[in-house]
Design a protein around this ligand. Structure first.
Ligand SMILES: [Zn+2]
Ligand SMILES: [Zn+2]
Length: 143
């Protein structure tokens, strides 16, 4: 059954200036409401075979530029992506939150409610990105 033209995924894409395509829908559905970040390979695996990798990575890039997802840097050298908070737009990314890497389940979570502390930089230094990573054991892995 074809999806209704004004469902939530379509609305979210439209709000970020993106037309709906099957790949965009699948990627958005995969990353949204997840709570932790996924690698490109994990997203590729979840949306299934038959998706051209170039299209997938182009989609991730356009999502990033449109304020739908943000990059999550952790200590694994693998780039991960997570859904942005609903306030994010192409011109204003509000990804001022801490990330938490769990050593047990190996998930890297967005702690949206925990803001990155303000740091004072020495003169002449200008930060362009803020990556703040804590590691330990997440609430799901506490015994
Ligand atoms: Zn865990
Ligand atoms: Zn995040």
């Amino acid at each position: 059954m074809p999806a209704a033209p004004t469902d939530r995924l379509t609305q979210t894409l439209a709000r970020h200036g993106l037309r709906t395509t099957p790949v965009r829908r699948a990627v958005l559905q995969t990353v949204a409401g997840r709570g932790y970040a996924l690698t490109g390979a994990e997203i590729e695996q979840e949306i299934g075979v038959g998706t051209d990798r170039i299209t997938l990575y182009r989609t991730l890039k356009s999502f990033e530029q449109s304020g739908l997802i943000h990059r999550v840097i952790d200590d694994s050298d693998v780039l991960r992506y997570a859904a942005c908070s609903i306030e994010c737009t192409a011109t204003a990314h509000f990804d001022n939150h801490v990330h938490f890497k769990c050593g047990k389940c190996a998930h890297t979570y967005c702690l949206n409610q925990v803001a990155i502390p303000t740091v004072t930089l020495p003169g002449g230094f200008q930060a362009e990105r803020k990556d703040y990573l804590l590691s330990g054991t997440c609430q799901f892995c506490q015994s």
